[in-house]
Design a protein. Structure first.
Length: 170
């Protein structure tokens, strides 16, 4: 019987991790509650019928991506070298684009002229460590995060062009 979390991770058997939440949405705003008790609020800009009181859902998707990559990078960095520690926080700068025809095309009864999904996400992650991280370690870090981050993996498999590059900070 495997007892330690590390040994369980080395097992070849699937280990499903479940997530759940509930959501109430009286229109363009929504209030979600995770099974761990965290509230997530979203809204739309006024031009789209919302009150602009909370971030749009797409911003939460981008925040999920960078937060997941940050957590994954922290794990990978520790595995690369126990001596490496972050000298300053990882600094993400990302952008995303989609074709608005995918969600806003009219008339509503017809197929939109483009998919509603994000087409592309790009940006950089600045990594500063003590002792200084090498360019090779930054490359390995970026590659491993791209392979291990569940949100990045899901976005790539959905067809999003994902180009978030890890760079060495000063």
């Amino acid at each position: 019987m495997l007892r330690s979390p590390l040994l369980r991770c080395l097992s070849t058997s699937p280990r499903p991790k479940l997530y759940s939440l509930t959501c109430t949405s009286p229109g363009p705003t929504s209030s979600s509650l995770t099974s761990t008790g965290h509230a997530i609020l979203t809204d739309l800009p006024r031009a789209s019928g919302g009150e602009n009181s909370h971030p749009e859902p797409v911003y939460l998707l981008l925040a999920s991506l960078v937060s997941c990559e940050a957590a994954t990078a922290s794990y990978v960095l520790r595995q690369l070298s126990p001596r490496l520690s972050l000298r300053s926080p990882l600094r993400f700068s990302v952008r995303a684009e989609r074709d608005e025809r995918g969600s806003l095309a009219l008339p509503i009864g017809e197929e939109p002229g483009a998919p509603a999904m994000l087409r592309r996400v790009w940006g950089t992650v600045e990594v500063s460590t003590t002792p200084a991280i090498t360019d090779e370690q930054v490359e390995v870090l970026g590659r491993q995060v791209g392979r291990r981050c569940p949100v990045a993996d899901m976005m790539k498999r959905a067809g999003v062009e994902l180009d978030v590059r890890f760079v060495r900070g000063e």
